[in-house]
Write a protein that binds this ligand. Structure first.
Ligand code: PLP
Length: 376
C-alpha cells in the first residue's frame, strides 16, 4: 500500500500509542474522583494540556479540550452575540455549516486559494463580530496570511473604539491541517480562537482543542459535570489528551525535517508525473499536491489507483464520501470538468522516497490507460 491521503487521516504513531496505553488500563481513574491515583491522573491530564498549550504558545487555562476539530469549530462560534460572522468560502464543512447556521457571509478567495483581502475589507462593517479563516486549507493546503488579517482587525478595532462602536471583533482560525507543518504561535498569528486536531498529527481521532483568548466569552457545547471550565462537560478523555500532547510535541520536533522532505518529494513528483495541470501552485503546505487531469474522471481514477495499492483523494474525505463536488475547487474558479478531473495527494510519515517514485509511475500508467479508454 502507498498511502497518499494524510490530510484525511494519519496513523497514530507508536510513541503516541505507548504514552496512551496505561491510561486505558492501569491509570483508568476518573480525574474527578477523590482518591490519590485519580488525583495523579488528573495532574497528568493537566500536564498534558499544558504541553498542548505550550506547543501553540498558550497556557493550559486557555484551552478547551474537545472531541475533535468539528466540535472545537462549533464551540468557537458560540462567542457570537448580536454580531455577524464572516468566513472564508473555502472553509472545512465544520466551519461552513456552523457559519451558515449563524447567517454568516462568505469571503472570496483569489484563484491562488488565498483570501481576497479586498473582499474581506468590503464586508467588514460594524456588525461583524467574528472572522473565521483556516490557517491551511484541507483540500489545497493553501496557507492564509493570518498575521495580515489580524493586523487589519487591529486597525478596525482602533477605528471602532474611536467612533464609539461597541461591537467586539474576534479572529478564529482552524489550524487542523497546519499544526503538522507550521510552527504555530497564537500571539504571532494574532488569533483569538484557534482550533487544533490530534487526528492530523499522528495522534488519536476524536480529540481536539480550542484555544480561547481571555477576553472571549463562549457558551457551553454540553452541560453537566462542569469539566473544561464548564464549556464542555463530560468525563475527560485522558488517554486521548495524553496522546495529543505526545503527538503535538513530536510533530513540532519534526516540522523542519518533514517540510524539507515533503518539498523535495513534491518537486520530484511534479517532475515525474505527466500530462497534469498543477492546481496548488503557491502558498501551500509542502505535503499537498493537487492536480487536474483534463477530461479524466478522477473518481474512476482513484478506484483504478486503489487496485494498484495507491490511496489518494479527490477532495475532502467527508465531501467525497457524499459525492459532492468540491466547493473549494469551485471557489478558486475551476470549471466543472477541471473539478471532475482533480486529484489530491498528501504526503506523510508513512511514505518513503521510493514510494513517491513508484506512485508517479503507477499514476502515469493509470492516467495513460484512462486517456486511451476515453479516446476509444
Ligand atoms: N477542519 C479541518 C481543516 C479538517 O481538515 C478536518 C478534518 O478533516 C476537520 C476540521 C474536522 O475534524 P474532525 O473530524 O476531527 O472533527
Amino acid at each position: 500500500m502507498i498511502y497518499l491521503d494524510h490530510a484525511a487521516a494519519t496513523p497514530v504513531s507508536e510513541k503516541v500509542l505507548k504514552a496512551m496505553e496505561p491510561y486505558f488500563t492501569v491509570d483508568f481513574f476518573n480525574p474527578s474522583a477523590a482518591y490519590l491515583p485519580a488525583k495523579k491522573v488528573a495532574a497528568n491530564y493537566e500536564t498534558a494540556k499544558g504541553v498542548i498549550a505550550h506547543a501553540i504558545g498558550a497556557k493550559s487555562s486557555d484551552l478547551v479540550i474537545t472531541a475533535g476539530a468539528t466540535e472545537a469549530n462549533n464551540l468557537a462560534f458560540s462567542c457570537l452575540g448580536q454580531g455577524k460572522v464572516l468566513y472564508l468560502i473555502t472553509e472545512h464543512a465544520s466551519v461552513r455549516a456552523v457559519a451558515e447556521k449563524y447567517g454568516g457571509e462568505a469571503v472570496k478567495v483569489l484563484p491562488s486559494g488565498v483570501i481576497d483581502l479586498a473582499d474581506l475589507k468590503g464586508k467588514l462593517n460594524d456588525d461583524v463580530q467574528l472572522i473565521s479563516v483556516a490557517l491551511a486549507n484541507n483540500e489545497l493546503g493553501t496557507i492564509q496570511p493570518l498575521a495580515e488579517i489580524s493586523a487589519l482587525i487591529r486597525e478596525v478595532k482602533i477605528d471602532r473604539l474611536k467612533r464609539g462602536v461597541k461591537m467586539p471583533l474576534y479572529l478564529h482560525s482552524d489550524a487542523s491541517q497546519a499544526i503538522n507543518l507550521l510552527d504555530i504561535n497564537v500571539a504571532r498569528l494574532g488569533v483569538d480562537l484557534l482550533t487544533i486536531n490530534a487526528a492530523k498529527v499522528y495522534g488519536p481521532k476524536g480529540v481536539g482543542a480550542l484555544y480561547v483568548s481571555h477576553d472571549v466569552r463562549l457558551s457551553p457545547i454540553s452541560v453537566g459535570g462542569g469539566q473544561e471550565n464548564g464549556l464542555r462537560s463530560g468525563t475527560e478523555n485522558v488517554p486521548g489528551v495524553i496522546g495529543f500532547a505526545e503527538a503535538i510535541s513530536r510533530a513540532k520536533d519534526h516540522i523542519n525535517g518533514n517540510r524539507k522532505k515533503y518539498a523535495s518529494w513534491r518537486k520530484m513528483l511534479l517532475q515525474e508525473l505527466q500530462g497534469y495541470e498543477l492546481i496548488n501552485k503557491k502558498h501551500t503546505l509542502d505535503n499537498f499536491v493537487v492536480l487536474c487531469y483534463n477530461g479524466i474522471d478522477a473518481e474512476r481514477l482513484i478506484f483504478l489507483l486503489e487496485d494498484q495499492g495507491i490511496y489518494v483523494a479527490t477532495g475532502a474525505a467527508c465531501a467525497a464520501s457524499k459525492g459532492v463536488r468540491s466547493h473549494v475547487l469551485k471557489a478558486i474558479g475551476l470549471s466543472d470538468e477541471q473539478i471532475a478531473g482533480s486529484l489530491r495527494i498528501t504526503f506523510g510519515e508513512t511514505n518513503t522516497e521510493e514510494q513517491i517514485h513508484e506512485a508517479a509511475r503507477i499514476i502515469n500508467d493509470a492516467v495513460a490507460k484512462e486517456y486511451r479508454r476515453i479516446m476509444g
